[in-house]
Design a protein around this ligand. Structure first.
Ligand SMILES: [Zn+2]
Length: 121
């Protein structure tokens, strides 16, 4: 009987941990995003205070045009063959950074950990 209770308690703690970490992953508490080009952070932007802006990030002669609008950020257009980064749209989750593999560009929430490494396209 005691063992059953222990197992139940363990299961409850485990479930709470899984739900808790999923919640943390999917709901960014901070609005700070890093724009990373070739592994180097070129811009750190606080979306909660950022003014609307369009800027370009260049890598190897190819540019990505990044748009900040209404406290959101996206890749507006890009000189890359697949345009995956453009199709990803607005950055919404720290679990899903915007990545342009050909141009080595990553846009992610600053509190995301290991998001870049998880990408294998
Ligand atoms: Zn791209």
């Amino acid at each position: 009987m005691k063992q059953k209770i222990i197992i139940l308690v363990c299961a409850a703690i485990f479930a709470a941990g899984v739900i808790g970490s999923a919640w943390v992953l999917l709901s960014p508490k901070k609005n700070t995003v890093n724009v990373i080009s070739d592994g180097k952070t070129v811009r750190t932007i606080d979306l909660s205070t950022a003014a609307d802006e369009v800027f370009t990030v260049e890598y190897g002669g190819k540019t990505n045009t990044v748009e900040i609008k209404d406290g959101r950020i996206r890749v507006q257009s890009a000189e890359c063959p697949d345009k995956t980064c453009v199709h990803m749209g607005w950055l919404e989750s720290s679990a899903m950074p915007i990545v342009c593999l050909p141009n080595r560009l990553v846009i992610e929430f600053a509190d995301a950990d290991g998001g870049v490494d998880a990408i294998s396209e």
